[in-house]
Design a protein. Structure first.
Length: 192
């Protein structure tokens, strides 16, 4: 009986916005869902550390170049030759026309003791607590799809009286070889 009550309590906690921690076994930034409306969510993120690089070029070329640089770091391209666990999502945010920031979250247990990268372009940033609206979708990741999803999310945020402060941020949880209908993609905006 006690086990059944604990299971019900745990289920209720999860339904009311427990922290998201992993996706397919990969650590992800800690957040709590404040409000959900189908595939759209208002999230509250906790502090986490990211490694990031700024890359010039088209969106697809930039994410490829940024991914390779950051992957090189976690696969041993650092002062200690140390491997660091992969996390999700790979994040991409436009900075200016033709310039993008690509980010990998660093594992929470590793963040206090990260080895220096061999690639001088990599920076470590502590992301402070904040709120984001996010729209989850599967399928393609092309420019048109991302623009449509961003417009849809922007309209939803406005309908909820939320003020967008940054973005769009694009989050990709699955590799490019994952069948499109099995992919988890998101577009997000930072909000006040």
């Amino acid at each position: 009986m006690r086990g059944a009550m604990m299971a019900v309590a745990l289920g209720a906690a999860m339904a009311t916005g427990a922290m998201a921690e992993t996706y397919k076994g990969y650590e992800m930034p800690p957040y709590r869902v404040e409000q959900a409306d189908g595939p759209m969510e208002l999230r509250s993120y906790d502090t986490h550390v990211v490694a990031e690089v700024t890359v010039r070029g088209g969106r697809e070329g930039a994410i490829g170049a940024g991914f390779r640089t950051l992957a090189g770091y976690i696969f041993g391209g650092n002062e200690r030759g140390e491997k660091i666990a992969m996390t999700v999502p790979v994040a991409q945010t436009p900075v200016a026309e033709g310039t993008w920031t690509i980010r990998f979250m660093m594992p929470a247990a590793k963040a206090p003791d990260l080895p220096a990268p061999e690639a001088g372009a990599i920076r470590f940033v502590t992301v402070e607590p904040g709120r984001q609206v996010a729209l989850r979708f599967s399928g393609g990741r092309g420019e048109k799809v991302l623009a449509e999803r961003a417009a849809e999310l922007r309209d939803w945020a406005a309908s909820k009286g939320l003020t967008i402060t940054a973005g769009p941020h694009y989050y990709f949880y699955d590799g490019p070889m994952t069948l499109p209908w099995n992919r988890r993609n998101e577009v997000a905006f930072s909000v006040e």
